[in-house]
Design a protein around this ligand. Structure first.
Ligand SMILES: [Zn+2]
Length: 393
């Protein structure tokens, strides 16, 4: 029943800012949005009327030390949402309030068969719905290691799992929206929200997120919004060729970037170079980093080589997209101490590295997993809830 005459984009950003900094006074929202306080009154009223937002008593003019901040926050008692990260080996599933507070979380080994995996996810979701009778499930966000059709809730291809064309949303058969997002894009959405939480700038800005775990995926954020391209599949840089006639890749190509710069490829490289490969069969990337930290030169060299290849690819990505700010996310971040310098050197050698004022920072390892999937669900909630009657009452 709202009489919205405001641009959706501004309202979206307002909701994201409130979520990142709640409780936040109106004046602070106005400052961050760069609009007049009177405009905020117009923007906020329908959100308060429809029960999307709540507001504490207005701040008095005189500031007192130690007083808790009062302002706008999201109303979050009635609903919950679910995030699922279907990793190559592990699946993380968690529930959160609409403002992102985690209510529950559990992990299980990802079944090899997609039908079994989706059936297991469905049964876990049903169990939590039963356990939370006072809350209504409103949206499910799922992140997967491959390109997707987000709105259709479909995974197109996951090369490391050999899954092709899996209609996850349809198979789940839930009565709520199910969004299936590429895990690098999900991590980019997570990182964008993290930036809003720690800076007072209007949006999360422009940046490229490189997620390196079993494979490599790239998410692109422009002016705070995720860019998916015409087919939802923008950012499949993991399979660009960086070594002609190089190592074979599960995608069918030779010399793909992720075969040289992912966490899994670093483990493989290390294993290949050690004589104790049989003993190292269960070696994980974090073990490799632990060995490097303990001073093992071979482990250090392996991480440095991965860093160089990471930087070569990032140089290409910066050149191709024209966005010079890069955040590294995913498992590879554990090895940042050894990877950073060679990656920077490789970027600096590239043409665009010399021409542009680039940056490379380490994000979170966890943001690319459950955090990203939950963020996909929360974004959908915030972006579609406005004007809907769902929260009214
Ligand atoms: Zn490939």
């Amino acid at each position: 029943m709202s009489k919205f005459v405001v641009p959706t984009q501004t309202t979206r950003e307002l909701l994201r800012i409130v979520r990142a900094a709640q409780p936040i006074p109106r004046v602070a929202v106005a400052r961050r949005l760069g609009v007049h306080r009177r405009r905020i009154t117009v923007l906020v009223k329908p959100l308060l009327d429809s029960g999307v937002l709540r507001e504490g008593t207005p701040e008095p003019n005189i500031r007192r030390v130690g007083r808790p901040p009062i302002g706008l926050s999201l109303k979050s008692e009635k609903h919950f949402l679910i995030g699922v990260n279907i990793g190559v080996s592990q699946t993380q599933l968690g529930g959160a309030t609409v403002d992102g507070k985690l209510i529950f979380e559990e992990n299980f080994a990802t079944p090899a068969n997609p039908q079994t995996a989706v059936a297991e996810i469905k049964s876990v979701i049903r169990r939590y719905q039963r356990q939370l009778p006072d809350r209504e499930l409103v949206v499910v966000g799922i992140s997967v290691a491959g390109p997707t059709d987000v709105e259709e809730g479909r995974l197109l291809y996951a090369p490391h799992q050999g899954w092709k064309d899996v209609s996850i949303a349809q198979m789940l058969g839930l009565k709520v929206p199910v969004l299936v997002e590429n895990n690098a894009t999900a991590a980019a959405i997570y990182e964008a929200q993290r930036r809003r939480g720690r800076s007072a700038t209007r949006t999360a800005g422009d940046f490229v997120l490189v997620r390196a775990g079993t494979g490599i995926g790239v998410g692109l954020v422009v002016d705070g919004e995720v860019f998916r391209g015409a087919t939802d599949t923008a950012g499949e840089f993991g399979h660009m060729t960086i070594v002609a006639g190089g190592k074979s890749c599960p995608c069918g190509n030779l010399g793909c970037w992720e075969r040289y710069a992912s966490a899994a490829s670093a483990v493989e490289l290390y294993r290949g170079e050690t004589n104790r490969s049989r003993l190292d069969a269960a070696l994980r990337f974090t073990d490799l980093v632990a060995r490097a930290n303990a001073g093992e030169r071979r482990a250090q060299t392996t991480l440095e080589r991965a860093g160089t290849h990471l930087g070569i690819g990032i140089g290409n990505v910066i050149c191709g997209l024209g966005v010079p700010h890069v955040v590294l996310s995913g498992e590879l971040v554990h090895g940042w101490k050894f990877i950073e310098a060679p990656a920077r050197a490789a970027i600096a050698r590239s043409l665009c590295g010399r021409l542009s004022d680039w940056s490379l920072t380490a994000g979170e390892t966890h943001g690319s997993e459950l955090g990203g999937a939950l963020e996909v669900a929360i974004e959908h909630y915030l972006l579609t809830i406005v004007g809907s009657s769902k929260v009214a009452a």
